[in-house]
Structures are given as structure tokens and as C-alpha cells.
Design a protein around this ligand. Structure first.
Ligand SMILES: [Zn+2]
Ligand SMILES: [Zn+2]
Length: 77
């Protein structure tokens, strides 16, 4: 699979992942990788994993998330 953003530039970059928001394939040049906390309800509180999960975004969706000041958590719910 080829990177969507590379294709728009007339290039053929190999995809390394998929944007979690738009589903576009992304290459290593056009991906933003973020660590995100993993939480679940535990009794009356919330348990947070000591390890972060990984989230990949294309640069377009990353810019949209950054414009809202989020890392994308709100869009996933
Ligand atoms: Zn690319
Ligand atoms: Zn995207």
C-alpha cells in the first residue's frame, strides 16, 4: 500500500501505518505517532495503565487535532 500524502505529491512512499481518524495510509515521513494514556473504569474511579498506547495520525488530521488542542482523544469516543 502507498502513502496517501505521497500519492498527492506524485510519489510512491510505502505505507507504515493507517491514520486513526481518516483511515489514510501513511509513510514514515507523513505520520505523527503519539503516546496516549489507556484508562478504564475501576470501581468508582479510573485505572490508568502504567504504559501508554500508540496512536498514528496523518499530518492533516494531526493539524486538525492540534487546532483543538487535543491529541485526538475526543474524536475517538
Ligand atoms: Zn508519505
Ligand atoms: Zn488522517
Amino acid at each position: 500500500m502507498h502513502c496517501y500524502d505521497c500519492t498527492l505529491l506524485g510519489e510512491f512512499g510505502d505505507a507504515v501505518g493507517v491514520c486513526h481518524l481518516c483511515g489514510a495510509a501513511v509513510c514514515v515521513r507523513h505520520v505523527h505517532v503519539a503516546d496516549v494514556p489507556v484508562q478504564q473504569l475501576a470501581g468508582v474511579g479510573t485505572a490508568t495503565s502504567p504504559r501508554a498506547a500508540r496512536r498514528m495520525s496523518c499530518l492533516t488530521c494531526r493539524a486538525a487535532e492540534a487546532a483543538l488542542g487535543t491529541r485526538g482523544e475526543a474524536a475517538v469516543r
